[in-house]
Design a protein around this ligand. Structure first.
Ligand code: ATP
Ligand code: MG
Length: 468
């Protein structure tokens, strides 16, 4: 991106206020980057976002594009969404746009609707540091944990910048003169490709532990490093994720793993110990002695998810969760079997237990946990191909996911690999060829049965029993 580096080179360098972790952040003078010194063009901003910015400006309010939109445009990337910040209150904003609605209890925001696109408008917000409510305070409670649960006090643009998470996310594009406003050294950090949390990292992670996940997600997406002082406390504070709403963690995990960087994200989550809080059962299984196969299975599944996303193919998060929880489920099933529980019952109990335990970390909606269970159940059904059974398995709505799951977990040279190959051939075969394949299978089974009755020890056609 030569254009981008030219732009950065033209900027004078300065110290990022977040470079000293103990410093209280006081945004002094904003660095204003005029239009002729950056390359954000209105052509790159969605027409809906421009309508909102101009609408607010024409009504006499301040209007800025802010957050990931500005960051991505400066990097020459296509923003995922456009967020707007203004000095107008939600009520004043609502008056400007008929197609708008005030939303949110925690943060009151305005959504403006243009077909399928929604532009989110936030009034400049400040985070109170004392318990004295200001006149403008709507509500905020700050429990002992240090976690912010409500922070709806309106503030100035400088205060709004400080309460954002990373310096690169606190850049403002001013529709009044098309300049970029930088209070906290975000432009320098974009230049040096670093994620710097604003203020004291431990305090900011305590206020909202999801910021630790955002550090991992955004640094991976942008190919940035997390600055040392911003990364260091994460491992010690990772367990704070347990205080975050399980539903919010589900939303965050979709963003983490369905953006085309799942494999790298997983490595960073493990390195920073965030994975221990999000996936404790998986991490426990990975720490056991024979975890090589499971480790390889996860890696392959994440790589294949990334590949599918880059190819524009559909992916379901249920597939990845089925992968992460597979070994924990098998381990649990084994525990039930040791306690003399029948295999089928052990399987059902293990599925329910593992999914219920996992729900304590991440609230996977039922429509997805049902798919996880179906993928697991089909791992057993895929062995059952005689008579008309192959047709039933093949017609199952989850056949394709279960087949992909088998392909990824099959070790070279194993019975599972032979089974996966059989289903690969089956899918490519004509109806007649399929009938021939099943006949051959029946002959093979009969031969094995005869040998068995002659007390010859062989592997059953069903393959190594697992989920019955
Ligand atoms: P993406 O490319 O995923 O949209 P983003 O940075 O734009 O990245 P959003 O969730 O759209 O992420 O958030 C918009 C902006 O809101 C961020 O850039 C940041 O300024 C602010 N923000 C979001 N989450 C937090 C948080 N947990 N704490 C502080 N500020 C936040
Ligand atoms: Mg965004």
């Amino acid at each position: 991106m030569p254009q981008v580096s030219k732009f950065f080179n033209r900027l004078f360098s300065g110290n990022s206020p977040s470079a000293d972790p103990d410093a209280t952040v006081h945004p002094s003078k904003a660095r204003i980057i005029p239009r002729d010194q950056h390359h954000i063009s209105r052509k790159d901003i969605s027409s809906s976002a421009l309508k909102v910015l101009n609408g607010l400006h024409d009504a006499g309010h301040q209007a800025y594009l802010v957050g990931g939109g500005v960051r991505d445009l400066l990097l020459g990337l296509k923003p995922k969404d456009f967020d707007v910040a203004t000095d107008a209150t939600p009520e004043q904003v609502k008056k400007c746009f008929r197609n708008s609605r005030i939303i949110g209890k925690r943060f009151r925001l305005v959504h403006v609707f243009y077909g399928r696109e929604i532009i989110e408008i936030a009034t400049f917000r400040a985070t109170t540091t004392d318990s004295t409510p200001s006149d403008q305070t709507i509500s905020r409670t700050c429990p002992d944990s240090g976690m912010i649960t409500r922070d709806n006090r309106y503030g100035t643009i400088e205060e709004d910048a400080i309460r954002r998470d990373f310096t690169v996310n606190a850049l403002y594009y001013n529709i009044a003169d098309f300049s970029v406003v930088d209070f906290l050294g975000g432009v320098d950090d974009l230049h040096s490709r670093q994620m710097n949390i604003i203020g004291d990292p431990a305090t900011r992670y305590r206020e909202d532990p999801v910021r630790m996940l955002r550090a991992v997600r955004l640094s991976t997406k942008l190919g940035f490093t997390i600055a040392d002082h911003s990364e260091k406390p994460i491992a010690e504070m990772a367990q704070l994720l347990q205080q975050v709403s399980h539903a919010r963690l589900w939303d965050e995990s979709l963003k983490l793993f369905l953006s085309g960087h799942a494999q790298e994200t997983w490595h960073k989550l493990k390195k920073t110990k965030l994975a221990d809080s999000l996936f404790p059962q998986t991490i426990k299984s990975l720490q056991s002695k024979n975890s090589t196969t499971f480790r390889a299975f996860i890696e392959k599944a994440l790589a294949s998810t990334d590949e599918r996303i880059h190819q524009g193919k559909p992916v379901t998060p249920a597939f990845l969760f089925a992968v992460w929880l597979w070994q924990p489920m098998l381990d649990r099933q084994q525990n039930f079997i040791i306690k003399h529980c029948a295999p089928a019952e052990s399987f059902n109990k293990a599925c329910s237990k593992i999914l219920a335990e996992h729900h304590q970390q991440i609230a996977m909606p039922r429509r997805f946990s049902t798919v996880v269970r179906e993928i697991w159940q089909l791992q057993n059904q895929l062995w059952k191909r005689q008579g008309k059974r192959h047709e039933r398995v093949f017609a199952h709505p989850r056949f394709r996911a279960a087949y992909d799951f088998l392909l990824l977990r099959a070790i070279p040279g194993s019975e599972e690999e032979k089974l996966a190959q059989w289903w690969t051939d089956y899918q490519q075969a004509s109806i007649d060829q399929r009938a021939t394949m099943v006949k051959a299978l029946n002959r093979q089974t009969n031969r094995k049965r005869r040998r068995k009755s002659g007390k010859v020890n062989t592997t059953s056609e069903k393959g190594p029993s697992r989920n019955e």
